[in-house]
Design a protein around this ligand. Structure first.
Ligand code: HEC
Length: 171
């Protein structure tokens, strides 16, 4: 090898070594900067921990207990009732698709499906009665129709619209 080739190799190696040094310094700097940044705990992990360490049974006794539970249940029911289900829609098809259809489409739990044969006798009771039964709940021979289809935040007008939609859409 000629002399200036050697010279070049020497300088070139020095540059490479220098750049490797810079790389290592940057890596260490990055790790350090990362370690300074606090990591938010994963909410799912926190929920799991809370679930594991919660007491096995709550103590509900004396003045605070029963009364507090009753008050909480009442507040929850009032809240549910004051909320408007399904954005307050009066479109029976929407409410049916989201709620009532769970039972009435396949006849789960004895619910009458939207076949005319299942409804003639019911319609004979009068649509108002059907609406009333859908609002208040109804225990018939076929099964239990839960009040408001099980969603207390559905208002009367919504239930009525859905019952009428069901009757209009019998096959
Ligand atoms: C958990 C299942 C279930 C859901 C959800 C449900 N129903 Fe029912 N529904 C039933 C059953 C079961 C019956 C039949 C009761 C019987 O006659 O024995 C019934 C009956 C009815 C009747 C006829 C009542 C009568 O007097 O003959 C109407 C009307 C009705 N449902 C409307 C609705 C509407 C509207 C919704 C949604 C807001 C809904 N149902 C959601 C189970 C359900």
């Amino acid at each position: 090898m000629r002399n200036h080739d050697l010279q070049f190799l020497k300088h070139f190696s020095m540059v490479i070594v220098f750049l490797m040094g810079v790389t290592v310094v940057l890596l260490i700097g990055a790790f350090y900067a990362h370690s300074l940044h606090p990591v938010d705990p994963d909410p799912r992990a926190e929920a799991r921990v809370a679930e594991r360490i919660r007491p096995v049974g709550g103590v509900y006794a004396g003045e605070t207990g029963a009364a507090a539970i009753a008050a909480a249940a009442e507040a929850a029911a009032a809240l549910a009732a004051s909320q408007v289900a399904y954005d307050g829609t009066l479109d029976g098809s929407v409410i049916y698709a989201q709620l009532c259809g769970a039972c009435h489409t396949n006849g789960a739990g004895g619910a009458p499906t939207l076949d005319r044969a299942h409804w003639d006798a019911r319609i004979a009771k009068g649509v108002d009665t059907l609406v009333k039964h859908a609002i208040e709940g109804f225990q018939g021979e076929a099964g239990l129709m839960p009040a408001r289809g099980g969603n207390p935040s559905l208002n009367d007008a919504q239930v009525e619209a859905t019952v009428k939609w069901m009757i209009d859409n019998l096959k």
